[in-house]
Design a protein around this ligand. Sequence first.
Ligand SMILES: Cc1ncc(C[n+]2csc(CCOP(=O)(O)OP(=O)(O)O)c2C)c(N)n1
Ligand SMILES: [Mg+2]
Length: 532
Amino acid sequence: MRPVAALLAILRDEGVEKIFGNPGTTELPLLDALADAPDIEYVLATQELSAVAMADGYARATGRPAFVNLHVAAGLANGLIGMLNARRSRIPLVVTAGQQDRRHLVEDPMLSGDLVGLATAASKHAVEVQHARDLPIVLRRAFALAARPPAGPVFVSIPMDLLWSDTDVSVPPRSPLTPPGPATGIDRAAAILAGARRPAVVAGDGVGREGAVAELVTVAERLGASVYPQPMHDSVNFPGNHPLNAGMPAPRNAAVREALAGHDVVLIVGSHAFSPHHYTPGSPIPPGTRVVQLDSDPDEPGRNFAVELGLVGGVRSSLAALATALDGHVPAAASRVAEPADRGAAAPRYGAAPLDPAAVAHAIATALPPHAVLVDEAITIGVLLRPLLRLERPGGFVHTVGGGLGWGIGAAIGTRLGQPGRPVVAVLGDGCAMFGLQGLWSAARYRVPVAFLVMNNGEYRTLKDTLAESGSTGPHLGLDLGRLDWTAAATFFGVRSRRVESADELSEVVAGVGELDAPLLLDVPVLDREGT
Ligand SMILES: Cc1ncc(C[n+]2csc(CCOP(=O)(O)OP(=O)(O)O)c2C)c(N)n1
Ligand SMILES: [Mg+2]
C-alpha cells in the first residue's frame, strides 16, 4: 500500500477518529487522502496552539493518544507550547508535521527547517522518517511511546515527497501491551505505612490519569491518612469532599513542607516531584519524615528527594494491592477520620458587577452539575475555585501543570469532543483567553457546546499579586489589558455570548450547561486588584 494509505490504516488501528491540525502545502498529501476516509475527521484549528490544546483535552477524555498534524517549522513552532504543556502533564500525543520535499531540501526551501531540533525540547522523542518503508514502524513506535509512562508527546516529521510517493509499504500489526502490573515491594510499603503514627498521602496526577481514585480512597481510609492533593494538580485524584482531604498546599516547597510537618510517614503517589512554582529554599519533605513513593514512571521515585522506599508499577494495580495488604492492619484508621471540613459554608456576598472573585468562584462551584467537567485556566479565580469544587467524579476537573497559557479554550473543546456525554465549563482568565482566542473558531465551526466563562478583570492579576507580595508598590507596567468586550470577540467567531451582571445569573448559566447545543461565551466582569 502507498505510504499515505499506511498512515491512515495505522490511525484506524490505533483508534484515531480525529486529526487535530492546521495544514500547509507539505500536509496536502494527507488532506487529499482524507477525502476518501470519512471515518477519520479532520478538526481544523486556525492557530496551532489550539490544535494541540484540543488534542490534549481529547487525549485526556478518551484515554488514548491523540493525533496532531502541523505545518513544517512554522506550524510546529506555534504548536510547541501545547506540546510543552502536554509533556509536563504527561498527556499522550502523536504530533506529526510535513517536512519539505527532500528533492530540494538541500536548497533550504521556504518553511523547511530542523523540525526534529525544534521539537526535541517539547517531546519525549522526535524523529524524521527517512524511507517510505520506515513510516509504518515509526508510527507504531510513536503511538506506543506516547502512551508508555511517562506519557507525553512524540514528534514525527514526514517529508512531503515520501508521503506522496507510490512506494509499496506494509503495515505491521499493532502490538497490544498489557497495562503495568503492581510494583514489587508492596508488603514492605504496607508495613512502613501501617506502622505510622500520623500518615499522610500526596495524591498526584498519576492517580487521576491512571483511573485509580477509588483505589487511593480505599488506601487512605485503611490508613486513616490525611490526603494532600498535589500542588496545582490537573485532574481529580482524590474527592474534594472526602473527610480525609486535607487541602492542596501552595506550589512552593516551603508550603508542602509545612503541610507535611507532623506526619511521620508520607505516601506520595503519581506526583511529578511537586513541580514548585515560586522558589523557596529547602526540600518539600520535612526533616525526619519517611517517604514511600509510587509511580509508573521509574524516573520519579527519589528524583528530587530521597525516599525510604520507591515503588515502580501501575498506579491503579499497585494501590489495589496496597489496599489489600493494609486491610485490617491499621486499627487506629477509623479514629483518624475527621469530620468533613465545613468548606464553602460561609457564602460570600453576591454584590453587583464587577463581581467579587470569591463570589464568582462560589457561584460556579455550587452551580456546577455533578457530572460536568470543569476546565480550569482561570489563574487567580482558579485558586479560589479549587477548594470549593466537589471533585466527586473522576475526570471532572482538567487543568495543565504545564503553565503555558492559551491552552484552556482548545482543551475544553477537546474534552467535550472526546466525551460528548459530559457538559463542559471552561473558566478562563481574560489574559489566558487572549492567548488561545482562535480556539473559538473551532468551537463555532464544529458546534461544540462548551460554556466559556471569561473572568474579565482587565489585568494580569496574578502577576500584580506576586509583585505586591514581593514588596513592590508599583506602578506595575505591562500587566493591564483593559476591560475588553468579550461578547464582541465571541460574535466575531460566531459564538453566542452574553455579559452577566450578577453572580446569580452566572450560577444559572453554569447550572444549565447540560442544555447547551452550541458554544456559549459569558463575559464575567470581575473586580480587579484595585477593587474597581
Ligand atoms: C504563554 C505564556 N505567556 C506568559 C505567561 C506568564 N503569565 C502567567 S500568569 C499570566 C497572566 C494571567 O492573567 P489572566 O489570565 O488574566 O488571569 P488573572 O491573573 O487576571 O486571574 C501570565 C501572562 C505564561 N504562563 N504563558
Ligand atoms: Mg485577568
